[in-house]
Design a protein around this ligand. Structure first.
Ligand code: DAH
Length: 439
């Protein structure tokens, strides 16, 4: 994604060139599932399914989860939903259009055409609302095919949160009282929140909602999340009265909310998107059999927030089992500690140039296919992958691509032999899997 949460909304071309057939069945979390022509879940991804970092004691993502949960003590705290969902749950039930790019096999992991890895925690919204819960938080691992760099990883963690009220006068009175309470609580501090209008012609109330009710609910959403952001970020190192931490609200679009917003935090010279939210689409609540309710929901990216709060410089570190990483968080449940990098080991850049196959097979390799292949060979020893050259031969019309792969371990120096072995593994898989001609 431009940023993690928004990427799902970007259009991407998709062409697939896997020439090796997947096995007829995959074993996922102890159960067997048939594969089909769209299966694209890789061994590296399968190995992540049981890990559930957000529930591992003392892991920074677990600490962050419990910290946020402690801010919403009277909400239900859920964290054991399976990552395997139907495309219907992930997309259709939430009103995603049938041609939404997030559905493509280039962007999402499919076990088969009827089963996928959830791309966001919103996939469970309807089930949780249907179970009768009116205030809840749900944390889970989510999966998106993506490029490789220091802030993107194909598995990350989101927390979904929601609160719904009766849409009659008594429910709206509850919202008003809560708004008054929250406004009072939000006092001045070293955090600067840039706000926008709650409802505008481009970010409207839903037709079935009384606009005054929609406004009250949107204000409740913003106050509740600003209060969380203060709780999380007010003590962040570097933020001071002179240079406050900057947070901004911007208008957004999600198929299942209106009005919708995103929240970004200014960090190391860039605005980083950390959450998406909005007034829950009435269709969602109708499908969940709670048509007389209205309310708000949000989905936030735990890695993004933890990288800011704990000063974690590379997203791969969350998967590290190195005691030098884990021990830094070992006695700090519910308390954020600042990560002290133990060392930065040298990078080793290797380029690979190849001609795309001609004729029948002359399809463009999707960059996400290439990244999955590199991760399958090199795991977390690859830091980033960038295309550095692309050209079409004027005479024979063949396309040549050159990728630069940066191999770097977070735990040790890689020897030349190790890097060469990894790189030749990548090169031979490229030849086998994509039938490219190495230059
Ligand atoms: N699921 C969205 C994403 O991953 C984030 C989101 C947006 C969650 C709006 C919500 C919401 O609950 O109301 O991009």
């Amino acid at each position: 994604m431009a940023t993690k949460l928004a990427r799902i909304c970007l259009a991407r071309p998709f062409l697939r060139t896997l020439s090796t057939a997947p096995p007829s069945h995959l074993t996922l979390l102890g159960q067997q599932y048939p594969t089909d022509s769209i299966t694209n879940i890789s061994p590296t991804i399968i190995s992540k399914l049981p890990l559930r970092l957000h529930t591992q004691p003392f892991h920074p993502l677990n600490t962050l989860r419990t910290l946020i949960e402690s801010h919403f003590p009277d909400y239900a705290h859920l964290s054991s939903f399976s990552p395997l969902v139907t495309p219907y749950k992930n997309f259709d039930e939430l009103s995603f259009p049938t041609d939404h790019p997030g559905r493509s096999v280039a962007d999402s992991y499919y076990v088969n055409k009827d089963l996928m890895l959830r791309t966001h925690t919103s996939a469970h919204e309807i089930d949780v609302f249907r179970s009768g819960k009116t205030k809840w938080l749900l944390t889970a691992d989510v999966y998106r095919r993506d490029e490789i760099d220091g802030s993107h990883y194909p598995v990350f963690h989101q927390m979904e949160g929601a609160r719904i009220f009766s849409s009659d006068a008594s429910g709206m009175k509850e919202v008003e009282e809560d708004n008054a309470r929250l406004s009072q609580h939000l006092s001045q501090s070293n955090i600067l929140i840039e706000d926008i209008l709650h409802i505008t012609p481009t970010n409207p109330a839903q037709p079935s909602h009384d606009p005054r009710h929609s406004e009250l609910v949107a204000v409740n959403l913003k106050l509740s999340l600003n209060s969380l952001l203060l709780h999380l970020f007010a003590g962040v190192a570097g933020a001071s009265k002179e240079e406050p931490l900057r947070v901004r609200w911007i208008e957004a679009y999600f198929p299942f909310t209106s009005p919708s917003y995103e929240v970004e935090v200014f960090f190391r010279g860039k605005w980083l998107e950390i959450l998406g939210c909005g007034v829950v689409g009435q269709a969602t609540l109708d499908r969940a059999d709670v048509p007389h309710k209205m309310g708000w929901a949000f989905g936030l990216g735990l890695e993004r927030i933890s990288m800011i709060l704990n000063s974690i410089p590379d997203i791969r570190l969350f998967w590290s089992t190195d005691p030098r990483f884990l021990s830094q968080f070992s006695n700090t449940d519910r308390k954020i500690s600042t990560f002290k990098p133990y060392s930065k080991y040298p990078s080793c850049f290797k380029d690979v140039s190849f001609w795309l196959p001609l004729g029948e097979d002359n399809k463009k390799i999707h960059e996400n296919d290439l990244c999955d292949l590199v991760r399958d060979v090199a795991g977390d020893l690859v830091e980033d992958v960038k295309m550095i050259d692309s050209f079409r031969h004027p005479k024979n019309n063949r396309t040549s691509l050159c990728y630069r792969i940066n191999y770097r371990s977070m735990d040790k120096s890689l020897s030349n032999e190790e890097t060469n072995a990894l790189h030749s593994g990548v090169v031979s898989r490229l030849q086998d899997q994509f039938r490219v001609e190495i230059r």
